[in-house]
Design a protein around this ligand. Structure first.
Ligand SMILES: Cc1ncc(COP(=O)(O)O)c(C=O)c1O
Length: 375
């Protein structure tokens, strides 16, 4: 049978999670938290069950949640948006897929920065677009000259992910200035800004494209409540884009899902009135620091982690094996699952680095660290 996505198999996340289960290994591979959800959110969810929330929500989102997203965007990024500029989606994945379907045409080029999260390329392939890959430098910084060189009159979209999965790097003011220059020069370009880890940054604060007027008029900005409130299983997020762009995205959304789980939307609307998103950074920073302290005596080299759930570790001092082979050895012989960084590159560049998720309870981190220190 002919395949529309001949190069797509099971994602590395499913593969490694299954291997972790099969071998009884500690799963630091997939990016989901394993600690309890905030009790306040559980109580709000239970209370909302008895309300009139069991039928379809309005297509673009429940007005209660839209109102809270407007307030949050104003408070966090000083951006005043209108309800017409918001779309509540079934997670960031659907947001990204929908935006690409709506905006990228056959033979349009889309610039992607590798290592890149894995849902961008298949969405572009399905519309017959062409992915143009630019690699990050070995320290995971962006060479903006390379990005600029990759852009031509056929380039419809640039996709960036900040804070970055899998490296844990975040954009500096200088990065944002370079991005601004690219958008000033290229009037045809849209920016798809994947900011799902926007509240999970450590020493430095996240710079959202919401706060950059020169870019946001042509930007589609992606957020995920799943990542922000450690409820990845709820699959709920949202997009912000100027109304003319959003109108096209909504045309696709209404025939893809029509609307998103209403009970989840109402619960999140009420939760946003009581939760402090600013405390998330320090919550995760403690986890990052704890994990880093625990593995300090190991042979792994601990690379910088500035945001996201992820800690990249180099194993150059341990073995010369390919990262895809070493992760299998780790699961089978050492009882720990990680993600090989090479799978996030189009050309499978292997710098002997693995990605570990530290969004786990302390006991899991302790057990994982004990294993890593024995290698
Ligand atoms: C960079 C990035 N974008 C998007 C997503 C998808 O988020 P969601 O679970 O809200 O669909 C993830 C999830 O791991 C991610 O890491």
């Amino acid at each position: 049978m002919q395949s529309k996505l001949p190069n797509v198999g099971t994602t590395i996340f499913s593969t490694m999670s299954k291997m972790a289960l099969d071998y009884g290994a500690i799963n630091l591979a997939q990016g989901f938290p394993n600690f309890p959800v905030d009790e306040k959110l559980i109580d709000i969810f239970k209370d909302s069950l008895s309300e009139n929330v069991h039928q379809y929500a309005p297509m673009a989102g429940n007005p209660l949640l839209i109102e809270e997203i407007i307030k949050l965007t104003q408070k966090q990024y000083g951006r005043q948006i209108d309800s017409a500029e918001i779309l509540v989606t079934a997670g960031a994945t659907q947001a990204i897929f929908t935006a690409i379907q709506a905006l990228v045409f056959k033979d349009d080029e889309v610039v992607i920065i590798d290592p890149a999260y894995d849902c961008y390329v298949p969405a572009i392939d399905l519309v017959g677009g062409k992915c143009v890959h630019v690699s990050l430098e070995t320290d995971f910084t962006v060479d903006w000259n390379k990005v600029e060189h990759a852009i031509n009159s056929k380039t419809k979209m640039l996709i960036v992910n900040n804070p970055h999965n899998p490296s844990g790097k975040i954009f500096t003011q200088a990065d944002i200035q370079s991005l601004k220059q690219i958008f000033i020069k290229n009037h045809q370009l849209y920016l798809l800004s994947d900011e799902v880890y926007e509240y999970i940054t450590f020493e430095e604060k996240h710079i959202s494209i919401n706060s950059i007027p020169e870019i946001r008029e042509r930007a589609i900005i992606v957020s995920s409540f799943g990542k922000t409130f450690h409820i990845t299983g709820w699959k709920i997020g949202y997009l912000i884009a100027p109304e003319n762009i959003m109108n096209e995205i909504k045309k696709v959304h209404q025939f893809l899902v029509f609307c998103v789980n209403n009970l989840a939307q109402v619960s999140l609307a009420k939760y946003l009135q009581v939760v402090d998103v600013d405390s998330l950074g320090s919550f995760y920073q403690e986890k990052r620091d704890y994990f880093r302290t625990l593995i300090q005596g190991s042979k792994f080299e601990i690379l910088p982690s500035e945001g996201s759930f992820f800690q990249a570790l180099s194993y150059k001092n341990i073995t010369k094996q390919k990262d895809t082979d070493f992760v299998i050895e780790l699961v089978k012989n050492h009882g720990i699952a990680a993600i090989p960084m090479s799978v996030f590159y189009e050309n499978n560049l292997d710098n002997q680095i693995l990605r570990f998720c530290f969004a786990k309870d302390n006991l899991t981190l302790e057990k994982a660290a004990e294993k890593l220190c024995q290698i």
